[in-house]
Each structure stands twice: as C-alpha cells, then as structure tokens.
Design a protein around this ligand. Structure first.
Ligand code: 3PG
Ligand code: MG
Length: 398
C-alpha cells in the first residue's frame, strides 16, 4: 500500500536545503525545558536529513505571542535541540524570514542544522498569508512537515508552505498518522475507547464520532458524572454539567443506534473535597452522599474497564479516569494504564493514547513507553478523534 503522502523515502535531499516544520512548543519553566518528548521524537527526522547531506532548517512556533516577544524566543531551544541531535551544532537565525534567516542558512554545510526564530512573531503565520508563506519558501528547496501536533492549524508554515515546495511527512508525522490510522481508520476489532476528562461539553464532537466507530466506549472522569446525572443518578456534590442532559441523551441514543456499548462507572471513590490525602470512601453509583464528590472511578468499575480491555484488540485512550493530579485519585487511571500496558505486551493489544493530560497521566503511571503509541499531540489528537481533517496533514496528501 502506498502511503497517502510522500515521506522522507521519496525525497532526494543531498545538497538541498530542507525546511522542516517542527513543533518545539514544549513546556518550559525558568528558561529550561521541563518535558523534552517533542524534541526527542523530532530528532530522528533531523538526523536522517542531515546524514543524507541536506542543509536542515528547523521552523517552529512557540507559545502564542502577539507580535515579537523576547519571552517567547526559540533561542533557549538551541541547546536542548543540539543535545537531542547527539551534540551536533545548531545555528540560530534571529528571524525566520529575509536576510537574518538567509545569513544563517547560506553558510550551512551539507549536514548542517539551523533553527530559526519563532514563526508567530510574524502575523502572516497564523493568517496563512500567502506572502509570508512565499517568504518562507524562498529559504529552501524542499518542505518536510514533522509537526503533527500543530497539524490542526492551517497556518503558513503548516499548510501554505506545503503547496509551494515539494513536500513530505517527516518520520514523526508519519508515525503519528500511521498509529492513528491503525487505531481508528483500519483497526483490528473489537475497538474500545476510553475517554475521560472533566467536561462533556468540550468533547461532544469527539463522543459523537467515537460512538459511531468503536465497539465499546468507556467514559470516566467528571464527564461521566454528567452522563450518570442524565440517566437520573444522584451525583451528590460532584462536578456535573446539569444543562447537558439533552445532549447526553442524544449521545446515548447515537451509541445505541451504532451498536456501541457505553461503559459508565458502577462505583466511585468519593470525598468531601478535592485535596491530597483527603479521607475517601468507595460507594456504589446511586449511593453517592449529597455532600460528597465523585473523584475517581471505583474498583468494580476498574475491573469492568479491564475486562473490556481484555476483550479488545485495539484501544484508543484520551483523558484520565479520575482527578489524577491529586493522590489518591490517580489510582484508577494508573491501574487501567498498567493493565493496558500489560495487554499490549502480552496479548498484542494495539494501544494508542494522546491529548494533553492523557500523556502526563500515562507518564505518571510509568507506562508511556509500554503502549503501542503515545501521541505528542494535544489539540491535534483531539481534533483527529473528532473525525476532523487536519489541514497540516491534508496539505501533504499526494
Ligand atoms: C500544541 O502545543 O498543542 C501545539 O503546538 C499547537 O499550539 P497552539 O494551540 O498554540 O496552536
Ligand atoms: Mg495547544
């Protein structure tokens, strides 16, 4: 089967200048990178291009600057990028277009790497301004997009540029797209999805898309409270979007029509407030005291979820099952994550997870490396779960 887009395998890059759209929008504190996952996952593309004799020019956004903002410079990323490239030198261009960009690209030897300043310092980036895209295109001969996590943005560097130069997906983009296709487009069935997080209202499109595609949908986190409430369950003092009742009924009806089994909590860990080490009790759903909040799914629900996993061939996971940042309400998420990791290793479960909080929760459970694929994307992973076409991916199609 031919990939739906070109990859590095289709490019002849020796002696060429290759513009690589990366996502170096990594978490930083006090000028230091606090999670280098995105940089590490990007590195193989850059190393491969450099080893094949390309001049490698890395383009990225960082944060959401309104115009030029020194606090959101990419300069602090030079050292971590160089480290991820095994100590190769990384030149820095103080602007991503024009003379300052050319000044660092022109002297690059084949195999050399340069990082250019934050794309979003220019208004044309987010507007997908054709003129800004042309200014970027002038810097090189080939475009490689390796920023799956920014592919939900139709910006000049993620979309416009792909139409101006011969283009291909980088290795990370390729891996992300292949993993996602394996999880939802051409999955081995049965497929189970786990969706957690706090609000039904932010994941409506996602739930609608998933019920039509998966065999079982497990819902945890505070969003389960809203669905339970819509079923007439008294959820006590729990977080709950009471105005979403009709929407929840619609989702239930859509699931039924599609033959998707919804798995909702049958028991819960409750407490008087969300605080570390607070006193907790485990109660059946239907017996939540009026002054208690549901903060995690209970052990009977964990067993049901693990049973659903054991019966599945494919798992798609987004969102924690409880208030996992606060112990002990991480317990169910950790237990299910460990079972997913075990089934991946021992039973060939295809397990794909992603989206903001999810990755942090899986890392805390120590299973990040033990699932089939954990996406580097937040918003892009969610939009993909919603069944939307991602402009950055679409622009790469053959
Ligand atoms: C992300 O971190 O999710 C991506 O880099 C996209 O960033 P944005 O939400 O600011 O477009
Ligand atoms: Mg984001």
């Amino acid at each position: 089967m031919t990939a739906p887009f070109r990859t590095l395998d289709d490019l002849d890059v020796a002696g060429r200048t290759v513009l690589v759209r990366a996502d170096l929008n990594v978490p930083m504190a006090d000028g230091r990178v606090t999670d280098a996952t995105r940089i590490e996952r990007l590195a193989p593309t850059l190393v491969e291009l450099a080893d094949r004799g390309a001049r490698v020019v890395v383009l990225s956004h960082f944060g959401r600057p309104k115009g030029k903002d020194p606090a959101l410079s990419l300069a602090p990323l030079v050292a971590p990028l160089s480290a991820a490239l095994g100590g190769r030198a990384v030149a820095f261009g103080i602007d991503c277009v024009g003379l300052p960009a050319a000044a660092v690209i022109d002297p690059l030897p084949p195999g050399g790497v340069a990082l250019l300043e934050n794309l979003r310092f220019h208004k044309g980036e987010e507007k997908n301004d054709p003129e800004f895209a042309r200014a970027l295109a002038e810097l090189g001969q080939i475009y490689v997009n390796d920023a799956f996590s920014a592919a939900h943005r139709a910006h000049a560097s993620t979309e416009g540029l792909a139409h101006l130069l011969p283009s291909a997906a980088g290795r990370l983009m390729q891996a992300e797209c292949e993993a996602l296709a394996r999880a939802l487009e051409t999955p081995e069935k049965p497929v189970v999805a786990i969706v957690g997080g706090s609000k039904v209202s932010t994941k409506l499109d996602l739930l609608r898309n998933l019920v039509a595609r998966v065999d079982r949908l497990v819902i945890g986190g505070a969003m389960a409270n809203t669905l339970l409430f819509a079923r007439g369950v008294d959820v006590g003092a729990s977080l709950c979007e009471r105005e979403m009742v009709d929407t929840c009924r619609e989702i239930e009806a859509a699931a039924k029509a599609a033959g998707c089994e919804l798995v909702l909590p049958v028991d819960a860990v409750v407490a008087a407030k969300l605080a570390p080490g607070v006193e907790t009790t485990t109660v059946a759903i239907g017996a939540v005291p009026a002054d208690r909040m549901i903060l995690d799914i209970g052990p009977a629900t964990v067993a049901a979820v693990n049973g659903a996993l054991a019966a599945a061939r494919t798992l798609v996971w987004n969102g924690p099952l409880g208030a996992f940042e606060t112990k002990p309400f991480d317990a169910a998420t950790v237990a299910v994550a460990q079972e997913a990791a075990r089934l991946t290793a021992e039973a060939g479960l295809v397990s794909v997870a992603g989206g903001g909080d999810t990755v942090a929760a899986l890392a805390a459970a120590g299973v990040e490396e033990r699932l089939t694929y954990v996406s580097t994307a937040g918003g892009a992973f969610l939009e993909w779960l919603e069944g939307r076409k991602l402009p950055g991916v679409e622009a790469l199609r053959r």
